[in-house]
Every structure is written in structure tokens, then in C-alpha cells.
Ligand binder design. Structure first.
Ligand SMILES: [Fe+2]
Length: 179
């Protein structure tokens, strides 16, 4: 288990970290919305780095990962899934665009604009790309349950590429060019 030092003193966060039961979609949505709304928690931590998308783990337990991500204009994930985990995000500031696909051949792309305060759930095996297509920075809070699953990248061939699971090296939270 790992809790960001800035969050370690918060009873609510410690309770989340010790929970072993998986989180429901609604719980993940509520959790990301709750943290995004507490700007005093994440604003002192957020960084925007033009060389690579900035991200920080707020909490990693067996049942839950919480991430804070800072996006400068033009930054994006590659097309990926979450390894079978259920996930959610809330836009804390700015705007992101999600492009979701119907399957591993990347058919039927569906674009959704996610403005500040928007929360969205990703069911297990959801395949998507998230990007900051705007001209200002954006920040987002992400939650996944369970934690540590092996994520996969997609290139349209229908065969996903497995990538190492977990934490700061997690490709789904790294830069497009870096994977
Ligand atoms: Fe994702």
C-alpha cells in the first residue's frame, strides 16, 4: 500500500487504502468527483510538464489506485485498456477529449468532450485514448479498481500489446511518445 505523503493524514484516504473489497463504478465516480472538488488537496501537488505528461499516485492499495494527472496542450495517452479494471475519472480543471473504441480493432471511434466537473466511468476492457486537445492545461483525477492490473496498448491490428502493470511506470499514465 502506498499513500501520497500529502494524503497520509486524511482519515478518509486511510480508510480507502485499507479496504480490500473492490470499488463499484458509482464509488469510483464519486471518489474522483470528491477529490476533484477538493482543490486544496490536489492543487498544491499538480504539475504541468511540457516534456511529458505529469502524473502522481495519490493512493495505491490492492483494491484501488488513485492518480492525479496534469495535461499540457497536445498531451495524450496512447490507445489502451485498463487490464480489466473498472476505472473512472473526473476533470478537475480544463477540458479533455476521450476517444473510445468498440473493440481491439479500434472500430467505431466515439469522441466525448469532457469539461471541468465531468465524471466518466470506464467498464472493464474499455479501450480508449484521452487527450488534451485544447490550448490550456487540464488536470484530472483517476481511480481504478482493482489496482495493479496489466494494461494493454492497441494499434488497430486487433492484437493488444501487454505492458507492465503498476504505479509510476504504468504506460497508460505515461506519454504517447514514451511507450
Ligand atoms: Fe485510461
Amino acid at each position: 500500500m502506498r499513500i501520497h505523503p500529502s494524503f497520509a493524514g486524511i482519515r478518509r484516504i486511510r480508510a480507502l487504502a485499507t479496504r480490500e473489497e473492490l470499488f463499484t463504478a458509482e464509488e469510483l465516480l464519486d471518489l474522483t468527483l470528491e477529490i476533484a472538488g477538493q482543490t486544496e488537496l490536489w492543487r498544491p501537488l499538480i504539475r504541468y510538464a511540457t516534456e511529458a505528461r505529469w502524473y502522481e499516485a495519490l493512493l495505491v492499495s490492492s483494491a484501488l489506485e488513485l492518480w492525479l494527472i496534469g495535461w499540457t496542450p497536445g498531451q495524450a495517452t496512447p490507445i489502451h485498456d485498463h487490464g480489466g479494471a473498472s476505472g473512472a475519472l473526473t476533470i478537475a480543471t480544463g477540458r479533455l477529449v476521450e476517444t473510445a473504441h468498440a473493440g481491439p480493432c479500434l472500430t467505431r471511434p466515439r469522441r466525448t468532450i469532457l469539461d471541468k466537473g465531468t465524471r466518466v466511468h470506464f467498464p472493464p476492457h474499455h479501450i480508449h485514448r484521452v487527450a488534451n486537445e485544447g490550448v490550456v492545461n487540464a488536470a484530472s483525477i483517476h481511480a481504478d479498481s482493482p489496482a495493479g492490473l496489466e494494461m494493454r496498448l492497441y494499434d488497430g491490428s486487433g492484437t493488444p500489446q501487454r505492458v507492465a502493470a503498476g504505479s509510476a511506470s504504468d504506460p497508460a499514465y505515461a506519454t504517447e511518445s514514451g511507450r
